[in-house]
Design a protein around this ligand. Structure first.
Ligand SMILES: [Zn+2]
Length: 423
C-alpha cells in the first residue's frame, strides 16, 4: 500500500497544473462517493490521494514513543468529516470516540480547517492507533497518545515564534470587509478590528467611499517560515474626517491617548450565583484509569434553561455540537482571552458574530456527556485554560504611571509607520 502511495505521489508531481486541478476535483468526488457508499453497504476502500507517507519525523516533545515517521499523514480538505477519515484509514470508530473523549478537555478536533494536517502512528504489532497529532500551524500542535488499554492522553505544544511586522493599507470601496480583504487582511484580522471599534463605528453602514485604513500586522514565523498566525498590532482608520486608532500594548488594545478599547471581564457568566459543583482542576485523575483528565473549567449547578451571558466583548468563534461537550460556544476576546460554555440546551449566537459583555448567548442544559444539568465555563489566557474564578482578569482601562513612556514610544513608532504607508 505504501509503495502504491509513493508512486502515486511521484506520478502526481509530474502532472501539469490543470491536470492536478481536475484530478483534485475527481479525488474529492471519489472520496465523497466513498463516504456516501459507506453508509449503505460494505466497502472496498482505497485510500484517497491526499493521504501520503509522512515526510517529516516526529518532532514532538513527548517521550512515550520513539521518534519515527507517521504511518499516515492526512491534510484536511473542505467537507471532510472526522469519522470519514478514520473509516478510510480503517481505524475503528471506537478509537475515534476514545480520542474525542480526551478532546473534550481541548476541543481541538472541532476546530480543524482545510489545510490542517493529521498524522497517525500505528502500533507496529497490533496496528492499533497509538498516536494522533494535529498540526494547526508550525507553532501549534495537539497530540493524543494512547495510554496502554486505557484511552488517550493529550499534549498541547505552542511555540512563541518570532513576529514580523508589516503595514497593510487601503481605501474603502464597497464594503470595509472586501476592501480590507483586498489589502491582504484575513477574515480573523477584520473581525478583531471590527470588534475593537464596534461602539464607535458601524462596520456595515458607517463607511464612506474613500475612507482610508492602515493596519500594522505581525506575522508569526517559526524557523523562517510563516505559521499562518497573525496579530493586529495597530490600526488607523480615517472615517469621514475623524481618525480612529488602536494600539496593542501588553496584550490589550488602547487608543492613541492610552484609553482602553476593551471593557473588563465579568467573573461569572450568570446573573445569579449558583453552587460550584466541580471546580477547575488541571491535575484531576480519572477515578478508575488514573489517567490525567484535566477539568479545564468551572461547573455551576444551573437548572436546564438558565440564561448564560458572555463574560466579555468578543467574537463567536464556535457555536456547535460535540458528542461529549454537547452544544457549546467559544468566544474570542481580543488577543489574549477566550471563553467556552459547554453542555448548553440552546445557543443564541452563530460563528462570526460579535457579542458584548453581558449579552445573553445561550441557555444552560445537559447535552453531551454530562452527569446532570450544569454549565461548564472555561477561561483561556493565551490559549491555556486558567481558573476563571481566581485568574487575574481585569484588563487595564487606562495607561498610567510607568507604562506611559513605553506606550507612547510604541504609538509614535506605529503611527509613523502607518502614515508613511497611507494611500
Ligand atoms: Zn465541567
Amino acid at each position: 500500500m505504501r509503495q502504491l502511495l509513493l508512486s502515486a505521489d511521484q506520478f502526481w508531481s509530474s502532472l501539469p497544473k490543470l491536470h492536478k486541478l481536475l484530478s483534485s476535483v475527481l479525488a474529492i468526488m471519489v472520496f465523497l462517493l466513498l463516504l456516501l457508499s459507506s453508509q449503505t453497504a460494505e466497502r472496498n476502500v482505497r485510500l484517497p490521494l491526499q493521504i501520503s507517507e509522512a515526510e517529516f519525523g516526529d518532532m514532538t516533545a513527548d517521550n512515550s514513543q520513539r521518534a519515527r515517521l507517521a504511518d499516515y499523514e492526512y491534510e484536511i480538505a473542505k467537507g471532510d468529516v472526522l469519522s470519514g477519515i478514520f473509516d478510510t484509514l480503517r481505524i475503528p470508530q471506537k478509537t475515534m470516540y476514545e480520542i474525542l473523549e480526551t478532546d473534550l478537555a481541548v476541543l481541538a478536533l472541532d476546530t480543524l480547517k482545510p489545510g490542517n494536517k493529521l498524522s497517525f502512528w500505528l502500533d507496529p504489532a497490533s496496528r492499533e492507533l497509538s498516536k494522533l497529532e494535529i498540526e494547526f500551524s508550525l507553532a501549534h500542535r495537539v497530540t493524543y497518545v494512547r495510554a496502554p488499554g486505557k484511552g488517550f492522553e493529550y499534549n498541547v505544544t505552542i511555540l512563541p515564534g518570532d513576529w514580523q511586522e508589516e503595514v497593510l493599507s487601503g481605501e474603502v470601496r464597497g464594503s470595509f470587509y472586501l476592501s480590507a480583504k483586498r489589502s491582504g487582511l484575513t477574515a480573523g484580522d477584520i473581525m478583531s478590528i471590527s470588534a475593537l471599534f464596534k461602539n464607535k463605528l458601524n462596520f456595515n453602514k458607517g463607511f464612506r467611499a474613500g475612507d482610508q485604513f492602515q493596519v500594522v500586522r505581525a506575522k508569526q514565523m517559526v524557523d523562517g517560515q510563516e505559521t499562518g498566525e497573525t496579530r493586529v498590532e495597530a490600526v488607523r482608520i480615517l472615517n469621514r474626517k475623524r481618525e480612529l486608532t488602536a494600539f496593542l500594548y501588553k496584550d490589550s488594545y488602547y487608543d492613541e491617548t492610552g484609553t482602553g478599547l476593551e471593557r473588563a471581564f465579568s467573573r461569572y457568566p450568570l446573573k445569579k450565583r449558583y453552587r460550584i459543583s466541580s471546580p477547575f482542576n488541571p491535575k484531576r485523575r480519572h477515578p478508575v484509569t488514573r489517567l490525567i483528565r484535566p477539568h479545564n473549567g468551572t461547573d455551576f449547578a444551573t437548572p436546564i434553561g438558565t440564561p448564560i451571558y458572555s463574560t466579555g466583548d468578543g467574537v463567536v468563534i464556535e457555536s456547535k455540537r460535540h458528542p461529549y461537550a454537547g452544544i457549546y460556544i467559544k468566544i474570542r476576546h481580543g488577543q489574549k482571552y477566550k471563553t467556552r460554555y459547554l453542555h448548553l440546551s440552546k445557543s443564541y449566537v452563530r460563528k462570526g458574530q460579535t457579542v458584548s459583555r453581558g449579552q445573553k448567548i445561550a441557555l444552560s442544559g445537559n447535552t453531551g456527556r454530562s452527569t446532570g444539568p450544569h454549565l461548564h465555563y472555561e477561561l483561556h489566557i493565551n490559549n491555556r485554560p486558567v481558573n476563571a474564578m481566581s485568574a487575574d482578569i481585569p484588563i487595564m482601562t487606562e495607561i498610567e504611571g510607568r507604562e506611559r513612556k513605553p506606550f507612547k514610544a510604541k504609538v509614535a513608532k506605529e503611527l509613523a509607520l502607518m502614515k508613511a504607508n497611507a494611500s
